[in-house]
Design a protein around this ligand. Structure first.
Ligand SMILES: C[S@@+](CC[C@H](N)C(=O)[O-])C[C@H]1O[C@@H](n2cnc3c(N)ncnc32)[C@H](O)[C@@H]1O
Length: 197
């Protein structure tokens, strides 16, 4: 099964969305509330889905861009934006081209179940894209899914995998999250990585 925009869009159309908990993951909400960034920061959410992380980020930051390549997800984000009255920007785009479309644009990128959603053969392209879309010194923060099972999506993400690929980042935090959703407890790396340079 190709993990392209059509495949993901079809999952939204069929409501085959087991990942979708209907609210922002608690560790992401906590990270956003920590004061790691000023309110003026430009924050991107990658693989934003129906926009729960974007809604949460909009409570703290003035400029939030929520990126997904599935039109149904972006449509749902526009609806959520209208319903909440919060100011964020839903964007239909491929995360893997962010370094070309948004070079050095973001102070921070929030990752939650995007890295585990792409094919592992695309992981180096993901690192290039997010690294190139961050300002020097910008933050990549969020959760990597370390469930230890074969296959996917979601594909497993080990500490060794992350440390071998994100070599242009300083690891400021890399710990197991303590407040994951039930069913994911002990299976999520909570991280704050700072782009070098
Ligand atoms: C597992 S869902 C997670 C959605 C959301 N973060 C959540 O937890 O509810 C993965 C999302 O990433 C999106 N996605 C996967 N690959 C992508 C890519 N290359 N560019 C943009 N979005 C992508 C899918 O369309 C899907 O909405």
């Amino acid at each position: 099964m190709p993990l392209d925009a059509d495949t993901w869009n079809d999952r939204y159309l069929r409501r085959d969305m087991g990942w979708d908990k209907g609210r922002c993951a608690p560790p992401i909400a906590r990270l956003l509330a920590e004061g790691l960034l000023p309110a003026s920061a430009h924050v991107a959410i990658v693989g934003a889905g129906r926009g729960f992380e974007a809604i949460e980020a909009s409570r703290f930051f003035q400029h939030v861009t929520a990126i997904d390549f599935a039109p149904e997800a972006v449509k749902a984000m526009h609806e959520a934006k209208t319903a909440t009255g919060l100011a964020f920007t839903p964007l239909l785009a491929d995360v893997l081209t962010l370094h070309q479309t948004h070079p050095g644009a973001f102070d921070a990128i929030v990752e939650h179940t995007c890295y585990c959603a792409i094919d592992p053969s695309q992981r180096d392209a993901y690192v290039t894209a997010v690294s190139g879309a961050l300002k020097p010194g910008g933050l990549l923060l969020g959760l990597f899914y370390n469930h230890g099972r074969r296959g996917g999506p979601p594909f497993d993400t080990t500490e060794a995998d992350v440390r071998s690929r994100f070599v242009d980042f300083t690891f400021e935090r890399f710990v197991k999250a303590r407040d994951s959703f039930p069913g994911r407890v002990g299976e999520e790396w909570e991280f704050v990585l700072r782009r070098k340079g």
